[in-house]
Design a protein around this ligand. Sequence first.
Ligand SMILES: [Zn+2]
Length: 347
Amino acid sequence: MLARLARLAQLAVLGAACGTASVAAPREDDSDRPAPLDEMMVATHVEFDPTGDVIYKLQDDLGFENWNIGVTLTQPPGLPKIEALRIHHRAAGQRHQTVEFDAVALSTFVDPSARTPGTLPLRNLHFALPAALGIDEVEVEVRAAGKTTGRAIARLHAYEQRGKYRLPMRGCWFVSSGHDFGTEHRRHLGRGHFAWDFLRVDWNGQTSSGPALEDSYAYAQTIVAVADGKVLAARDDLPDSAPGRGRGEANFVEVDHRNGEISRIVHLRPGTLRVHAGDRVWAGQPLAEVGNSGESDTPHLHIGFHKRGDQVHPVPVNFSDYTVRWNQGTHTVQSGRPRRGQFVCAD
Ligand SMILES: [Zn+2]
């Protein structure tokens, strides 16, 4: 039973949309045993987004792990209104923690852009628990009219990084967004997930000396390759956005590091690419300059990584051999994730 459940969990969908249930509830939770799905007349269809095989948990340096899930609930006609969603955090098949969201709380997670009739797309359900718990599964339980009407389980994965990457610039930069718990590129699922934004600031914390793009300390700074590889795709024909008015597509460069991982740097300054698709590059090689093309309000360097063939689901990686400067001195990081608010430096 559990093996079958695990297999189905990989599909990340246990709810039966057609009304005939195919899976019984897990047996280990005697304390709060839900109604078996096969006793239900109809069931809420529960689908993870992203799908269960690309939900990555991240460990911070305070002993916590965090994850961010989205689920889309589809309610067949005739089913009572969803009144609550329970998220059970599990390790080795045991529930260790449950969070319940009532209908009001759930409404704050609805993504209107993903909404189609009859569906409830919930996004950015973001949690952190002690790493020592070893949470490896998230179970979603839908409650309606006092009963469980849908259920799905997804596995949490720790991403196994393949490459070793230097920072994509030289000198000291300010991390304006990383993907620590609660920061922009962790909160928002999608293409910007697990990315960083690097800015340059002066000693007063200002990012520019005036209102023009050219006044920005990051503008026209050199971007370098994070590791050896081959340029997969690049463009630099799009104009910079005016400060504070970022929109549209951005100039970018993607490097395939030949280990299944691809780095993608965006908002390049127009006309500054020094490489073309197909070129071989080495770690530290200048690629282009920082600009403000696309959805960028101020010139900055945005970088993220994804697996070859799957641009939609970015992956979390560490950078190697950089220095963190802060008010109590500096320290060298052999492998780590620059965090929002840090100053990070590389040669
Ligand atoms: Zn960004």
